[in-house]
Write a protein that binds this ligand. Structure first.
Ligand code: LHQ
Length: 272
């Protein structure tokens, strides 16, 4: 049977509310990236962006690994052949995926089901909420083969951990287990292996019932924070809060609080 490197499932939550599960699916290669996989990942994210009722994405891997980064067998040189242009692969295939993930106005939950190495680790860190199975590990494998962290790794590691730990991980290329990744603030949570997918789906359901526009604003503001001064960030918060103050979700949130009942958010398709 022909390989299907990306599998997408749609989970319906209610009227105008669903989430999409995107699964990296080359388990015999620990879901290492090949060109078709990056192209299909891009298409799957585009579909999610274009689906007005899609309120969260769950990204995970099939089998015992999450993703082992670039498939290195695609990079093996035959004698005399010129080296492949890695900049082209990043510029045309991988970087657009990270840009799409950050531009997507809904949360991306990542369920790291096993080892996440090289570009695979940094794909996880490009998500919004990262859960990892206790047995999973993160490996900035790049320096082992003469490369630097890509897919935004030098940005996300520095931002999440600070330069001291970012340098250590990138230069020493040692694995970091899920518990330590949680302790360091690199991920949201590590959970028992058997509970990973249950927790990830529960989070997605919760996010589907959350105020969609507020989540989009939170994602945008937190991403903008590292490039902004406090003054700029205060202005951005003012502008976003102004917009949120006019949403039905805000009105419902306040009403529900005062009526001492859980809020019933959403129900209208988001703008695409
Ligand atoms: C693999 C791979 C793999 C091929 C496991 N390729 N077969 C550049 C350009 C464009 C876009 C994106 O980014 C990049 C940069 C990068 O991503 S560079 C980083 C590339 N990745 C790595 O260097 C990681 C290589 N893999 C490993 O170090 C290990 O496999 C890890 C630590 C991930 C897992 O170790 P184990 O649990 O001991 O598994 P294993 O090594 O036995 O792997 C299982 C199979 O998967 C094995 O094949 P086999 O036929 O022997 O069963 C591996 O050869 C294959 N595999 N990673 N990246």
């Amino acid at each position: 049977m022909e390989e299907q490197p990306i599998i997408v499932d749609v989970c319906e939550i209610g009227p105008h509310s669903r989430y999409r599960v995107i699964r990296l699916n080359r388990p015999e290669r620990l879901n290492a990236f090949v060109k078709a996989m990056l192209l299909q990942l891009r298409a799957a994210l585009e579909e999610a962006a274009g689906d007005a009722d899609c309120r969260a994405v769950l990204l995970t891997g099939t089998g015992r690994g999450f993703c082992a980064g670039q498939d290195l067998s695609e990079r093996l040189l035959s004698p005399g052949a010129p080296p492949r242009d890695l900049g082209e692969t990043l510029g045309e295939l991988a970087n657009p995926v990270v840009r799409q993930m950050r531009a997507l106005p809904i949360p991306i939950v990542c369920a790291v089901n096993g080892v996440a190495a090289g570009a695979g680790a940094n794909l996880a860190f490009a998500c919004d909420i990262v859960l990892a199975a206790r047995s999973a590990s993160f490996l900035q494998a790049f320096a082992r083969i003469g490369l630097l962290p890509d897919l935004g790794g030098t940005w996300s590691l520095t931002r999440l951990l600070g330069p001291a730990r970012a340098r250590g991980l990138a230069m020493l290329a040692e694995p970091l287990d899920a518990a330590r990744a949680e302790e360091w603030g690199l991920i949201w949570k590590s959970v028992d292996d058997a509970e990973l997918m249950g927790e990830a789906h529960a989070l997605c359901r919760r996010l589907c019932n959350a105020p969609t526009e507020a989540l989009a604003a939170i994602k945008h503001a937190i991403d903008a924070a590292s490039g902004n001064s406090l003054d700029q960030q205060l202005d951005l918060e003012r502008d976003l809060q102004r917009e949120l103050g006019f949403t039905p979700d805000f009105a419902e949130g306040v009403r529900a609080f005062l009526e001492k009942r859980p809020a019933a958010f959403g129900g209208t398709p988001r703008e695409v």
